[in-house]
Design a protein around this ligand. Structure first.
Ligand code: PLP
Length: 351
């Protein structure tokens, strides 16, 4: 067995697998019972009225952007530059103009005070830390919250999933709960829900008779299969357990790094972090990552999106500042206390 300390680690139990096998034997496609069960359970868990399961978190944003365009027409969409690239690519495929916005130097989320010249936003709960939703909604703009990383996080005591017009989630292998690939959109709007259902299933008119082909809108196929839904549904019951474990690991990291090197700052009376990611900022980042990777500790960096080759724009100040320094440390459902201590001491010895 390897002594490597992995950065992420999917966590499928025997009961998750058995549940998925049951679906594999009976349903397989998108019409089995687990898709609807997952949608209902997820909506209930996060306190949203509706949920639509899709095939991944990227298409969750694409479908939400299609809905936004249907409701409001052509818009300039603001996106924080410090995020995973899907937050920008998805609106870029649907709208003509996206604008990269800067993030806050301390909490790494979109700097709400600097939002200007946009009609709508794809905001992000970066690393799993919720954005300040009251301030965000104070802007009065339609918002798709890319909550891909924040399942199980809370804002003012409420799970993330009902604060904005639409929230999109990812069940990618690295996420707290996973179906291998998968995603979810939550909303309190019946209009959004109906459009999301239609756009993610070939634009079907749901008033049609079962044997008819009637397409109301220009849709695509973003459906989740029953097998994937079975896996995510089985995992959903352990979401809070996973958040607690990650908080436990984050507290170990905090005890080494607080006051020593910059970490993501937030007020824990308002924000509850699921610690999908734990990042630190260091000056000699690439040197440390190479050293740690060579010692069997997998570390990743991150990027500012604006300057990527597919956009070639200028990086906003703090997006670049953070992207140039960030190291993402191993944190996952199975990481042990002594492994976290090894990661922390190794890192500090290299600064
Ligand atoms: C912030 C963010 N947005 C979108 C995505 C895309 O999700 P997926 O990989 O499920 O397409 C991810 C993660 O993968 C993400 O971290």
């Amino acid at each position: 067995m390897s002594n490597k300390i992995e950065w992420d680690c999917p966590d499928f139990t025997e009961s998750d697998i058995n549940y998925a096998i049951k679906s594999l034997n009976f349903y397989i496609g998108a019409k089995g019972p687990n898709v609807e069960l997952l949608e209902n359970s997820f909506a209930k868990k996060v306190g949203a009225k509706y949920a639509v399961a899709v095939d991944n978190g990227t298409n969750a944003i694409v479908a939400s952007c299609m809905v936004l365009k249907h409701m409001f027409g052509e818009l300039t969409i603001g996106v924080p530059s410090f995020t995973f690239i899907a937050s920008a690519n998805a609106p870029q495929f649907i709208f003509k103009n996206i604008k990269f916005l800067d993030v806050d130097k301390d909490n790494w989320n979109l700097d709400i005070n600097k939002v200007k010249d946009v009609d709508a936003l794809v905001s992000v709960d970066v690393a799993g830390l919720p954005i300040d939703y009251d301030s965000l909604n104070g802007l009065g703009l339609p918002v798709i919250s890319d909550s891909a990383e924040s399942a199980g996080s809370k804002y003012k005591g409420e799970y993330i999933g009902s604060q904005c017009l639409m929230h999109t989630f990812s069940f990618h292998r690295s996420k707290l709960i996973s179906s291998g690939e998968g995603g979810m959109i939550t909303t309190n709007s019946k209009e959004c829900y109906d459009l999301l259902k239609s756009y993610s299933n070939h634009g079907y008119d749901f008033n049609k008779k079962s044997w008819e082909y009637k397409h109301k809108t220009l849709g695509l196929n973003f459906r989740m299969s029953d097998v994937h839904a079975a896996l995510a549904l089985s995992q959903l019951s352990r979401l809070d357990e996973y958040v607690s474990h990650r908080k436990f690991i984050a507290e170990i990291y905090d005890s080494f790094f607080k006051g020593v090197i910059p970490i993501q700052k937030y007020n824990n009376k308002v924000f509850s972090h699921n610690y999908f990611l734990y990042g630190v900022l260091v000056e000699n980042r690439d040197f440390i990552i190479e050293k740690m990777n060579s010692q069997g500790i997998t570390i990743k960096s991150w990027a500012s999106i604006a300057s990527q080759d597919c956009y070639r724009r200028q990086d906003p100040l703090f997006s670049k500042y953070i992207a140039d320094r960030i190291m993402l440390l191993p944190i996952h459902n199975k990481l042990k206390k002594n492994d976290a201590e090894t990661v922390a001491t190794t890192l500090l010895s290299l600064i």
